[in-house]
Design a protein around this ligand. Structure first.
Ligand SMILES: [Zn+2]
Length: 435
């Protein structure tokens, strides 16, 4: 028995031809896209009437820290190091597995609600985050954030936590969940730890999820202490490879961008977080494209964004690059939508599975209400993409589907219970911020 998404007003395929289809249907079978076009129902098909709806591939958030939903709105308007060292890190020391689980469920609900179907995460208590993601029905690449502790004895503990997560995700045997090694950054991990991470990823054929060259302060400190720029240093020690998914990558020179291209490094661009924490500068996006670097979009954690709505991040991405370069043609709507879909899939080596609506790919799909006031009018195919990037927001999402399973329909979550999650988060927050 299949599911027929019947008569969508528009289908934005994001396939290699970037076809936008009018009045078309998509059949889902066995978790995959089975057929696209002018389709008739076959007996036993579950039919979803998609009149007035716009179908897009599920959005891919290539960088976040889901459980940080618990810190949303706490400690805003601060500089990154002050924010991390004085506010976030002390709180993170108190986090329990239950807290991370509840925070991740809240994040999972927000993603379901706003059309994100796959994401890359780095945090602590990741076995509990995996449990939440599994329950939510989303797709994710999960990494434990390795930070070298001051005392040597702690280094073994960080590595053990990584290996524990690797074993745990393997034991779950859940195709929606994947493991990545997660050295936090070149300023919190030694050369030895970075190379250990790269080697572990190589051995297990996984990604390395890391923050690179996020702020001007980090860059200045690196030049002072290591006598090298961040990306130059990573290249010199042999860390850069096509396994590396480099979040931020703001402070790169043109020659460092070329190093990324030559080594096959991928980037998770997080424009909202970069602007909010005012790390200085704007990531060299056009240069990355020119160097052939696959670039996805990320929200970053909900404490530095403060939401997980990828529509908001798409619009911000388009605007910041236009403003920064004095050029309205840069980061056009189609390219930015690519970043949140097919380019995001490329940046995590999943372009054969997800990122576009094509026969044989996983059915990670999102329906938006094309009759919502902010989506009217749609003059033609180009306007569909423009409306998605410049006018839509996550709350235009009506239906979210992952692996053929309907997680939300009619704007009502079917898998997660919003009331229950909100109450559990209240308990976790009360534990973290005692009155
Ligand atoms: Zn981050």
């Amino acid at each position: 028995m299949g599911t027929l998404l019947m008569n969508c007003d528009w289908v934005v395929t994001q396939d290699p031809q970037r076809r936008v289809l009018r009045n078309s249907s998509v059949r889902i079978n066995d978790g995959k896209v089975d057929d696209i076009g002018d389709l008739r129902p076959i007996p036993k098909d579950d039919i979803i009437d998609c009149k007035g709806k716009l179908l897009i591939p599920g959005l891919i958030n290539t960088h976040t820290h889901l459980s940080m939903t618990l810190f949303r709105g706490y400690a805003d308007d601060l500089e990154l190091q002050q924010w991390l060292e004085q506010k976030i890190w002390p709180l993170e020391k108190q986090l329990t597995g239950d807290m991370c689980y509840n925070g991740a469920l809240l994040g999972g609900l927000e993603m379901t609600r706003t059309g994100t179907t796959c994401f890359v995460d780095m945090y602590f208590h990741m076995e509990r985050v995996a449990e939440a993601v599994r329950e939510a029905g989303l797709r994710a690449v999960l990494s434990y954030g390795v930070i070298d502790p001051k005392e040597d004895a702690g280094i073994g503990r960080e590595r053990e936590n990584t290996l524990k997560l690797l074993e745990h995700i393997r034991s779950l045997n859940e195709p929606r969940l994947e493991f990545a090694v997660g050295p936090h950054s070149p300023y919190t991990c030694s050369e030895e730890t970075l190379l250990w991470a790269e080697e572990l990823a190589e051995k297990n054929n996984t990604l390395v999820n890391i923050h690179i060259a996020e702020t001007r302060g980090e860059q200045a400190r690196f030049e002072r202490e290591k006598k090298a720029r961040v990306a130059e240093y990573l290249n010199k020690i042999g860390f850069l490879s096509d396994r590396v998914l480099a979040a931020h990558s703001v402070w790169l020179t043109k020659s460092e961008v070329k190093l990324f291209g030559q080594n096959g490094v991928r980037v998770a661009h997080c424009p909202v977080s970069n602007m909010k924490l005012a790390g200085g500068g704007v990531a060299p996006l056009p240069e990355m494209w020119e160097a052939g670097v696959p670039v996805g979009l990320g929200t970053d954690g909900p404490a530095s964004n403060n939401g997980l709505d990828m529509f908001d991040t798409m619009k911000t991405c388009a605007l910041v690059h236009k403003a920064h370069r004095w050029d309205p043609t840069i980061a056009n709507a189609q390219k930015v939508l690519d970043m949140a879909t097919i380019d995001g899939a490329r940046s995590i080596s999943k372009e054969k599975e997800i990122g576009s609506i094509e026969i044989g790919k996983r059915a990670d799909l999102v329906l938006l209400d094309a009759r919502d006031p902010n989506m009217i009018p749609i003059h033609g195919k180009e306007t569909v993409v423009s409306n998605l990037v410049y006018s839509a927001n996550g709350f235009n999402v009506d239906t979210t589907i992952v692996d053929g399973k309907i997680l939300m329909t009619d704007r009502k979550p079917l898998v997660l219970d919003p009331e229950k999650i909100a109450s559990a988060v209240d308990v976790s927050v009360a534990g973290l911020f005692p009155k």
